[in-house]
Design a protein around this ligand. Structure first.
Ligand code: E4P
Length: 226
């Protein structure tokens, strides 16, 4: 399972990369714009924070040729390892094989149907990104979508990975992982949401209390080195 940070905030990315087993970062035009900075500066700060993990950036051009030009310039600025995000429009579908021929890692994004995911895979995308919460919001079933895509990819022998995106809680993340997603991209606060559990906190409290009842303030180090 690969975990990506869905953010362009360098400080937040650096902190999460320090503590969690992170595969990289995903951005999109909305996420970049949220930083309200000079675009080059924002992207370079993200690269510095994410280090040699995979950095995704999205094109804004809407023709295949324009997408390829955006991809080249984004990769030249951001450096490798780099993945270009291409929306699953008709022009996007045309751009994917062109970008693969130039050696790009390609993520087909804004996927809301199994047919879009299938077309992206046949065109050669390395990742396909279904948007779970946005789909659920309009009475779709994001988990079922991932399940269907996973089944279809397996049936057709596609190597395209499912990069599930757009979550509002840890339960959705657990469900897409069980449904067959090989990677997820998460808003920063969801990393703690995946990890924290009140029963873990209670267990920690009991460990501290029981230990202190016998050994007081002494630590393992204190006792082994005395
Ligand atoms: C992924 O590529 C998208 O940027 C993202 O996951 C969308 O998430 P949102 O619906 O929380 O904005």
């Amino acid at each position: 399972m690969q975990y990506f940070i869905d953010s362009a905030n360098a400080a937040v990315i650096a902190a999460l990369c320090r503590d969690f087993p992170v595969a990289g970062v995903t951005t999109n035009p909305t996420i970049i714009a949220r930083e309200k900075g000079d675009f080059r500066t924002v992207l370079l700060a993200v690269r510095k924070a994410v280090g040699d993990r995979l950095l995704h950036a999205q094109v804004t051009a809407e023709t295949a040729e324009g997408m390829c030009a955006d991809a080249r310039d984004l990769r030249a600025l951001a450096g490798e390892p780099f993945a270009v995000k291409i929306p699953v429009t008709r022009e996007g579908l045309r751009a994917i094989p062109m970008l693969k021929a130039e050696g790009f890692t390609v993520t087909a994004t804004a996927v809301f149907s199994p047919t879009q995911a299938m077309l992206a895979a046949e065109a050669g995308a390395d990742y396909a990104a279904p948007y779970i919460n946005r789909f659920d919001t309009v009475c779709g079933d994001g988990i079922r979508l991932v399940n269907d895509i996973a089944l279809l990819y397996a049936q057709n022998g596609y190597a395209t990975k499912i990069l599930a995106a757009s979550f509002k809680n840890a339960m959705q993340i657990a469900e897409v992982m069980a449904a067959g997603a090989q990677s997820v991209t998460l808003a920063p606060d969801l990393f703690d949401g995946m990890l924290s559990h009140p029963m873990t906190d209670l267990a920690m409290d009991a460990f501290r209390r029981d230990w202190a009842g016998v050994y007081g303030d002494a630590s393992v180090q204190d006792l082994l080195r005395e």
